[in-house]
Design a protein around this ligand. Structure first.
Ligand code: GTP
Ligand code: SPV
Ligand code: MN
Length: 589
């Protein structure tokens, strides 16, 4: 036992009595303990050891084929009142849900070991950090939590003996039965119950379950925000760093933007980009009245496909050691890994994500699952920010929303003010991706990229955003919208994206500094086409003009869609957002 905290001890006892494991092991986080677990998982086949010279400390894991992504249809917010979960969440009465799940957990760990994982989301001791405890019967979960959080006995350091302020996570793989898979949140009890899955987003309970769903609810009550946002810093040649956060839906480019490599035109002047976080930001007003952000995580659970030396070398280098790969191709020739988009040389002697022999050059099937992932420690990232562990966080100058839109949304625009920015975020839409089960490529509304992650009524969430703006006043970050994914008539992306996205970030920072002009359009302020630096790119000014084009007829359709979407929220939609919508329609004519 690593703590004297009565609430922790009582709760663990209760869950042990329910799950009836053969053994209970408290995870202290020591290398000796972790090594023993690695050995155990190798023996059971849960992990495979990869080439120690080429990929030191790296392992491969495969989930079962029906368990490869978040399951939004089986994810619940069980607030006491249905209206507190809101129209965008699955809801069930907590009493009913506990009654349904309790028998499923009863004896589920017989013949298994229960691991008790203490962890901190955020730097230990940070005023913004929070403690969680996850109980699990999966070594894969323990080893991933070790990478993704500050895990081990130190996490309890600031809890004391009596505090009740920790999130209780209970996970069992059970039979990995998709028909009985549940990812359930009880926000009023600080509790998460996950059963019958082994996929990251469903079982690493510190991540989406705690750091977004539970934390968003806590943030509303406590005056801060938990957002699905990357955090990056841009350092100018004088050594000053400005911070930007950006919310894009799952698999829409956060990890890539967070670690971008500046194009030559900026690199040669001495600009640098630093990564603070790639998925989640916790934001709170600081003593100076500005908004500060921490990354509650300690590693990256990144999308493997498409990651390569050109698109995201920093992510690739992060994943070269001490990394767990999930559902990628196993190259048997040199015991390494491969995925679509890594390079043009798929291995001939290989095993695909299903564990079947796979010949990359001849197979028409994908070798890696589209949502295959690497779990890599943040400390490995060549561009990790020196502020990564700063307990105060970093001050935010600009916040960006964005998604995958083939047509409507332009490359970039700035909101007229904070409230208009909240409107822009609340009306975000994006094509669905492989990060969640279900159809891919369907446009859906995904406000602030939080649709699957908001732990309470989204109307109240919008209200919270509006109130944060009031609190921050003229110190509030400026709000922007971007779209890297506009396509031409053949369906090709027009904008080069990746590192070149910095060209757009530079206009954004210039706007924050009052250094760049803008053109007022019906949807917001846009750059003059010539203010997007295309030095070193083979792109005509006309192409940039096209990328910035606001098609009034498409936007009138968009406004109709927003009316429909807003109607869901009834009288819990803040009146301000209706006013913003009316104002947009008026500007569109
Ligand atoms: P989650 O971890 O699911 O939250 O995803 P994410 O938002 O971090 O997305 P990520 O950066 O992993 O990118 C997902 C996919 O989008 C990858 O296949 C990338 O190659 C692709 N992608 C990222 N940035 C760009 C870009 O600027 N342009 C284009 N065309 N594709 C991009
Ligand atoms: C996402 O889907 O947004 C992810 C991966 O970042 S998961 O941890 O599965 O949520
Ligand atoms: Mn994500």
């Amino acid at each position: 036992m690593l703590t004297n905290n009565k609430n922790v001890l009582n709760w663990v006892d209760e869950m042990v009595a329910l799950c009836k494991p053969d053994q209970v092991v408290w995870i202290d986080g020591s290398e000796a303990q972790l090594n023993a677990l690695r050995e155990k998982s190798l023996a059971s086949g849960e992990l495979e050891k990869l080439n120690e010279e080429k990929l030191p400390g790296c392992y491969l894991h495969r989930t079962i084929p029906n368990d490869v992504a978040r399951v939004e249809a089986r994810t619940f917010i069980c607030s006491r009142k249905e209206e507190d979960a809101g129209p965008t969440n699955n809801w069930c009465d907590p009493k009913e849900m506990y009654a349904k799940l309790t028998p499923m957990y009863d004896g589920v760990m017989k013949g298994r070991t229960m691991y008790v994982i203490p962890y901190s989301m955020g730097p230990i001791g940070s005023p913004l950090a929070k403690v969680g405890v996850e109980l699990t019967d999966s070594i894969y979960v323990v080893l991933n939590m070790d990478i993704m959080t500050r895990m081990g006995k130190d996490a309890f350091a600031n809890l004391g003996d009596t505090s009740n302020d920790f999130v209780r996570g209970l996970h069992s793989k059970a039979d990995i039965d998709p028909e009985n898979r549940y990812i359930v949140h009880f926000p009023e009890d600080n509790t998460i119950w996950s059963i019958n899955s082994g996929y990251g987003g469903n079982v690493l309970l510190g991540k989406k379950c705690f750091a977004l769903r539970i934390a968003s609810y806590q943030g509303k009550n406590e005056g801060w925000m938990a957002e699905h946002m990357l955090i990056l810093g841009i350092e100018n040649p004088q050594g000053e760093v400005k911070y930007i956060t950006a919310a894009f839906p799952s698999a829409c480019g956060k990890t890539n933007l967070a670690m971008l490599v500046p194009p030559e035109v900026y690199a040669k002047q001495g600009y640098k980009v630093w990564c603070v976080g790639d998925d989640i930001a916790w934001l709170k007003p600081g003593e100076d009245g500005r908004l500060y952000a921490i990354n509650p995580e300690n590693g990256f659970f990144g999308v493997a496909p498409g990651t390569n030396e050109k698109s995201n070398p920093n992510a690739l280098h992060s994943a070269m050691r001490d990394t767990i790969f999930t559902n990628v191709v196993h190259n048997l020739d040199d015991n390494t890994v491969w995925w679509e988009g890594l390079d043009k040389n798929p291995p001939a002697n290989a095993v695909d994500w299903l564990g079947q022999p796979w010949n990359g050059k001849e197979s028409t099937e994908k070798g890696a699952h589209p949502n295959s992932r690497f779990t890599a420690p943040a400390r490995n990232c060549p561009c990790i920010s020196s502020e990564f562990n700063n307990p105060k966080g970093v001050p935010v100058s600009a916040m960006i929303f964005g998604g995958r839109r083939a047509k409507t949304a332009p490359l970039v625009y700035q909101s007229f003010n904070w409230n208009h920015g909240v409107f822009v975020g609340s009306t975000m839409a994006s094509e669905t991706t492989a990060a969640a089960t279900g159809a891919v490529g369907v446009v859906r509304r995904d406000p602030m990229a939080m649709l699957p992650f908001c732990g309470y009524h989204m109307g109240d969430y919008f209200k919270h955003w509006l109130e944060m703006g009031e609190k921050l006043g003229d110190k509030a970050p400026k709000i922007f919208n971007v779209n890297w994914f506009r396509t031409d008539d053949e369906g090709h992306f027009i904008w080069p994206g990746f590192g070149d996205n910095m060209r757009v970030l530079m206009w954004i920072l210039d706007r924050c500094d009052g250094k760049a002009d803008a053109v007022e359009t019906a949807i917001g302020y846009e750059p003059k086409p010539e203010d997007i630096n295309t030095d070193g790119l083979n792109i005509d000014l006309d192409v940039i003009k096209g990328l910035l084009n606001v098609d009034a007829s498409l936007w009138k359709e968009e406004a109709k869609g927003i009316h429909e979407f807003y109607a869901k929220f009834g009288d819990r939609l803040p009146e301000e957002l209706n006013k913003q919508l009316a104002a947009l329609e008026k500007r569109l004519g």
